[in-house]
Design a binder for this molecule. Structure first.
Ligand SMILES: NC(=O)c1ccc[n+]([C@@H]2O[C@H](COP(=O)([O-])OP(=O)(O)OC[C@H]3O[C@@H](n4cnc5c(N)ncnc54)[C@H](O)[C@@H]3O)[C@@H](O)[C@H]2O)c1
Length: 466
């Protein structure tokens, strides 16, 4: 099929490349000319493992193109994805400006030649399917055309940055929301190979053992929109729950990693997303919960659990400051090194990253902040020119005469650090492990004064029973 993807960000570029890999002919369109120029040169504007390899493969096959002009792509396409950003407004409501502009521009160029499906892939509040449909129709009328046939679908995206290719080629499910049979038929066709997993897997992203098909959830526009928000709200709340328990564990002398292992083995709960730490960040969880709360409010409902989920996460981020104060008392004039900046490993994404808030607070309190991140330091410097962070070439140089290190992002390379060497370079070998990445006993043996999140530092002796 012929496909246009509007927006070449984290979602659009990966979606476009994966659909091209599946054999569709794809045009990726963006208004950002610099981004398109980079993509045309084979360079990904984002750090995403495997993406450039996949792009190269698809462009060589003549199935993937990048452009700033959507006219021809839209005219030739059976399916047009809207994958532009939906950032939050101060009220929590989603800013739909980009989605609206994309919808109008699609309508302005659509002609009568074929039936097309316009798909919301962006995470958009309930009702946005209707809104985009209306705006496309208005665009068509404004261009003076009649009898242009198109259908609307919602196809929310669940990929995770850092494993986006894997998640797009081997998703847990595909959600298609539409009330129109003709639209559904097009979408089924588009995803036939993905659903049945009838495609050769790329060497750099092999198919997981046992993946033989992908469930397809066919539902209404509204339910599809709700599925995306509910999934993110649930995942964020699951982490929030682990953090809430971690804070109680700290007080009673338990270790949250063991507690979560203990509850996660219950098949009703599951082990994933129960890692206590400094909480979630990134462009989606906070924005999507905020948007869902706003939608609930519009219908006169106060979603208290979701409010609490946001609150717990906000509080959790700054717990490391409290832990630093407990260890060092005075933070003014101290040198604190941050291990990691991106909101999670394997991405350069700094949107709503806890590191930024922690750095800002430490600087406000008079501390000197250093940071080392394997990928996102350039992005951080560029996006936060006023944040007075000293960026270091590696973790060892960052530790030189530092008073404390805070593990912010669990990049795999941090797990291979020589902790003894690191501790020996510091003035005070304080290590706050914001992700419970290190083994507490190993860190202590290496000379660190180690504190994790929700991990009791001493095992209390169990009184012998008589
Ligand atoms: N990033 C994720 O992990 C993720 C996962 C699932 C869903 N989502 C959702 O997907 C959507 C996109 O997210 P993202 O992270 O890819 O955003 P992004 O900011 O990385 O990319 C958005 C792109 O859209 C482009 N754009 C804006 N208006 C345009 C227009 N009118 N025409 C053409 N291009 C336009 C921008 O230039 C930008 O390149 C959001 O709604 C987000 O919530 C994101």
């Amino acid at each position: 099929m012929n496909v246009t993807v509007i927006g070449t960000g984290y979602v659009g570029t990966v979606t476009g490349a994966c659909l091209a890999y599946l054999g569709h002919r794809v045009w990726c369109v963006d208004t950002d000319a610099a981004k398109i120029e980079k993509l045309q040169a084979g360079q990904s504007p984002i750090f995403e493992p495997g993406l450039e390899d996949l792009m190269r493969l698809c462009t060589e096959r003549g199935l993937l193109e990048f452009t700033t002009d959507l006219t021809e792509p839209v005219r030739q396409s059976d399916v047009i994805f809207v994958a532009v950003g939906t950032p939050p407004l101060p009220s929590g409501e989603s800013n739909l400006t980009y989605v609206e502009a994309a919808a109008r521009s699609i309508g302005a160029v659509m002609d009568t030649s074929i039936f097309r499906v316009v798909v919301n892939k962006s995470t958009v509040p309930v009702g946005s399917g209707n809104l985009v449909g209306t705006l496309v129709r208005e665009g068509i009328s404004a261009a003076g055309r009649q009898n242009v046939r198109f259908g609307m679908a919602s196809n929310p995206e669940f990929l995770r940055e850092g494993s986006a290719i894997h998640d797009s080629l081997y998703p847990d499910r595909i959600v298609i929301g539409t009330e129109e049979p003709e639209t559904l038929a097009v979408m089924r066709n588009l995803y036939a190979e993905l659903g049945s997993q009838q495609f050769p897997d790329p060497s750099f992203e092999p198919r997981p053992l046992g993946t033989t098909s992908v469930p397809v959830v066919e539902t209404t526009l509204t339910s599809a929109e709700m599925i995306k928000y509910s999934a993110n709200a649930f995942l964020a709340t699951k982490i929030g729950f682990a953090n809430e328990i971690a804070n109680i564990c700290e007080r009673v002398g338990a270790d949250v990693t063991e507690v979560m292992q203990g509850i996660g083995l219950d098949s009703r709960i599951g082990t994933k997303f129960l890692n206590a730490g400094i909480g979630w960040g990134g462009s989606c969880f906070g924005k999507d919960i905020g948007s869902l709360l706003h939608t609930a409010g519009e219908y006169g409902y106060q979603a208290s659990l979701l409010e609490a989920s946001l609150l717990v996460n906000k509080r959790q981020r700054l717990l490391v400051i409290q832990k630093l104060q407990e260890k060092l008392f005075i933070l003014k004039g101290r040198t604190i090194g941050l291990l990691g900046l991106s909101f999670k490993p394997n991405t350069d994404d700094l949107r709503d990253a806890p590191s930024l808030q922690i750095a800002e607070r430490l600087i406000q309190m008079g501390a000197r902040v250093r940071a080392y991140d394997p990928i996102s330091m350039d992005a951080c410097r560029e996006q936060n020119p006023d944040l007075r962070i000293l960026y270091c070439n590696d973790a060892l140089s960052m530790a030189e005469h530092a008073d404390a290190l805070v593990l912010i992002t669990e990049w795999p390379e941090f797990g291979m650090l020589d902790l003894r060497e690191l501790a020996s370079r510091m003035d005070h070998a304080v290590l706050i492990d914001g992700r419970n990445m290190f083994d507490a006993a190993c860190a202590a043996a290496a000379g660190f004064d180690y504190t994790g999140m929700g991990r009791a530092t001493h095992r209390t002796a169990t009184p012998a029973s008589k």
